[in-house]
Design a protein around this ligand. Sequence first.
Ligand SMILES: [Zn+2]
Length: 98
Amino acid sequence: MGPARDARAHGEVWGAGMTCLGCQRCETGPMVTLISGQQVCNYCPDWRVECEARHVASMETLRERREYLQHVHQKRGSEAYLEIAGLVKQIWDRRSDA
Ligand SMILES: [Zn+2]
């Protein structure tokens, strides 16, 4: 076990890494920028949700998007549904600005 691994285990910022603002991990891996402008690591739960929202936003028809979100609502509850639906809307709003 080297010093880098020790630092990592203790959750300190080390090397050129950043501390993820989402899950509070230290990261030297790729950072991603969320639609909110927040930078997080690419295994953050926040990023996972946003990936899913981007996937939904990229669906071709409204029907597909509705079905997907309905499925999320049924399987994962209204909290997950609102989170993803809210992000999908943000992605769409961002797109129409461009
Ligand atoms: Zn993270």
